[in-house]
Design a protein around this ligand. Structure first.
Ligand code: SF4
Length: 121
């Protein structure tokens, strides 16, 4: 599996446009920070350690925890509370995460380059 290096991304906030799913216990720790971001759609989900997940809300085409400068406010306040999905993206459980092709500029670049290469053959 090829590694994607986020440090080479020209727009590091691009993958924050849909927000993130967060384990309920992670969400509780984030709420303690009293940041302006919000959560929505609380659901049972056995794939999460607590058995529940909740999404970070999206407003103006980006996660509500994103600052106007395009930085993650959770990351700034306390990196240890940043959602596991966000730390791991564009990977999930050691594999390329679903939607990487839509949310990762570097992965998009690779797709684009592949298409271009095929067209030129
Ligand atoms: S929690 Fe932070 S890193 Fe995750 S999507 Fe929101 S702004 Fe981006």
């Amino acid at each position: 599996m090829k590694k994607i290096d986020c440090n080479k991304c020209p727009d590091m906030k691009f993958c924050c446009q849909t927000g993130a799913w967060v384990d309920l216990e992670e969400a509780k720790r984030i709420l303690e920070l009293k940041l302006p971001g919000k959560f929505y759609e609380f659901k049972k989900d056995k794939d999460y350690p607590s058995g529940y997940r909740i999404g970070t809300s999206v407003g103006y085409n980006a996660c509500t925890f994103l600052t106007p400068d395009g930085l993650c406010s959770i990351h700034i306040a306390d990196y240890s509370r940043k959602p596991a999905h966000c730390i791991e993206f564009p990977y999930e459980k050691g594999k390329i995460a679903p939607f990487t092709g839509e949310l990762c500029i570097l992965a998009l670049d690779k797709k684009y380059k592949k298409k271009k290469t095929k067209k030129n053959k």
